[in-house]
Design a protein around this ligand. Sequence first.
Ligand SMILES: Nc1ncnc2c1ncn2[C@@H]1O[C@H](COP(=O)(O)OP(=O)(O)OP(=O)(O)O)[C@@H](O)[C@H]1O
Ligand SMILES: [Mg+2]
Length: 249
Amino acid sequence: MKNISASGGALERLKKIIPAGVTPKFSNVDEWRKWQEAEGRKRAAEVNELNRQARAEKILGRSGIQELHRNCTFANYQVHEDGQRKAFTMAKSYAQNFGTGFSSFIFSGSPGTGKNHLAAAIGNHLLKQGKTVLVVTIPDLMLRVRSCYDNGGSEATLIDDLCAVDLLILDEVGVQRESRGELVILNQIVDRRLAGMKPVGILTNLNHGELERVLGVRIMDRLTMDGGIWVNFDWGSYRKNVTHLRVVK
Ligand SMILES: Nc1ncnc2c1ncn2[C@@H]1O[C@H](COP(=O)(O)OP(=O)(O)OP(=O)(O)O)[C@@H](O)[C@H]1O
Ligand SMILES: [Mg+2]
């Protein structure tokens, strides 16, 4: 009771300082308390999202999307041909429909064709919505796994963490010839995420047959079913468009 009358007094004081023309969101103590509770819940949800992203960033000791691709968006992706338009449309609709299912995506194609650009555009779109996203190359991932062993631990916690983020994008799959042990870990991560209905993005220079040899038929099937998408990036490198500085001697 004491609290309510105290709130009532505070409400009266508050009403006195509300400028003329401003309609308060409450007119009595009960409405005021409800408004405060709703605001509190909103703030708690915001803090929760921040904590989730901070936890995701702690896994690799850096932000989810590397500096190089931090500014890649759908808006600054240029379309010069039909293939790029298709890739753009598929990536954008993947981002917009994220969360309605758990479909994965595979971007396959030669260097410089914008696989990372569109993957980062998806990631940046989701980060803005408070989702957790990590893009990691296989060589980087394997370094982290090795450092877990070197520190006398196991890779189990790392794999648990990687399986908890909303979207995990594995980059440079097949760039190095993965060892048997590395393939087991890679399969374990993809398999566990898919079993837990968490999507995976894969960026690779390998074609369908080659990727199937790396990941195995079972995982390939699961990646491409349930609305999973395969996009071929089969145009020239964008990097040739970048004008290099000429050294004048
Ligand atoms: N259509 C595009 N519009 C604007 N920028 C692009 C486009 N395609 C690629 N880029 C830019 O070109 C650079 C190379 O692209 P990106 O890193 O995405 O290629 P990639 O397909 O991942 O290549 P790799 O197989 O070598 O990793 C990036 O800076 C990217 O932002
Ligand atoms: Mg790339």
